[in-house]
Ligand binder design. Sequence first.
Ligand code: ARG
Length: 565
Amino acid sequence: MNPFVRELTERVSREVGLPPEDLAAHVQLPPDPELGEYSLPCFPLAKALRRPPQQIASELAGRIRPGGYILAAEAAGPYLNFRVDKEALAEYVLIGVYERRERYGGSDEGKGKVVVVDFSSPNIAKPFGIHHLRTTAIGWSLYRLYGVLGYKPIGINHLGDWGTQFGKLIAAFRRWGDEKALDADPIGHLLELYVRFHREAEGQPELEDEAKAWFKRLEEGDREARKLWERFRDLSLREFRKVYELMGISFDHYWGESFYNDRVPEVVRRLKELGLARESERALVVDLSEYDMSPCLILKSDEASLYATRDIAAAIYRWERFKFAKMLYVVGADQQLHFRQVFQVLRLMGYEWADRCVHVPFGLMRFRHGRMSTRKGRIVLLEEVFGRAIELVRGIIEEKNPGLESREEVARKVGVGAVMFANLKGRRIKEAVFDWDEVLKFDGETGPYLQYTHARLCSILRKYGEGPSPEVEFGLLREPEEWAVIRLLERFPETVRLAAYQYEPGVLAGHMIDLATAANKFYNAHRVIGEDRELSRARALLVYAAKTVLSNGLYLLGMEAPKEM
Ligand code: ARG
């Protein structure tokens, strides 16, 4: 808690007898800075004190005398507004950033606790879809958010590398596979085979049996099946890694569905032993009607395991391995039922830690203009999205800053950043619309806007030349534009926590846009480097702090912060 909020809540607490922490949870910023620096709504006190909030506010205003950081307490209807020592507040915020630098916004509150983040998880032999891009962006941001809060994040890529579709793929490859095509464009060729399999199976049902037989052989460890599968997996993984490399993302483990396969029999045995699994139409299921859900399928009639079975085995394995405080599954909202089923089965198996598992769903990503629907119909190839973003940014930079030396590198960082940001902004559950004209704007709610503002601030500091000094007269920072920046810097740490604990990187994305906007307003309205040396020094520290926090925020959104662009 910051010392100003602590002091004012302690003062109120002494008057009303409620714990300061409870009061602090309600403290807000007044809608208009003219009203003061902090505001305590008195509605939440009304019940405990059995008086109307207006009356509480005016009583407290009469009783709280100036002292310490508090200059005045004034009632405005049901709100109690506080004016505090602004010089001390500016110092507290700016020195806080100055001293903690890239650690500002972080903490060690998660020390000793593991948070597993299951994210990205594309399917082998299929293109990395646009929805995989969203889980990748959101998951990676959550990974970093928990990391700076002191948790030990474990990123797991739960590759879709097991299931009956691999029987189909093997059957199809043995019939129509082409080595050259596979080498040239592995995922493209595998996708073609998969599509062809489905087309031909309509007229030749025996193909399905062939595929089933191949999957069975695969599950039994047959050498030929295994070899082909491994090849498909390796080739796909190589393609996926290219994307991750471009995005600057890494995983602690690539444990795909196949990784847990040898643990499936034990899960099945336990489920039977506990009397949870029963046969239904020759398949093995866990009935969940009591919980208003359709049954969870455990084994098909041919004993093959399912997606849910492997998720159950995976959760148990990860628990044994990490004893996580939380496990987040960053997966589209269309898998809501799947995760409810899996978590419920785990609970029924007696695993109390099932309550630590959270499905973090998100809405679809849609392209505004059909332009990106590529050769493969509706499937958007990810490399093409990034490629195009980078190309367009390159064009913008060539126009804006033709002399820039590291043009290629900057174009890559900004192009990738633009795509990342578009996937993070807003509430994740909402459908996101990807609009080429919007996401690349240097002056909209975009990634490039954040990066551009950061680069501008860096350039001001280069011109200033002296490096930031903490020895400044904080009282010189009096302009409303300066204060708008300071207040946003102040709230950065709590925004980081909020974004992490609500699993909403979008909350942070929004805060960063506000900060960039305030910083732009500030340096457009006031000269940073001017005649008055003391004032320049104070403003340079403010610029330094804004630059640092923008850079910290960009890091948490999985984006790079070029110093020039
Ligand atoms: N491979 C799945 C898909 O593409 C996502 C897997 C998510 N993670 C999990 N543990 N089920 O839809």
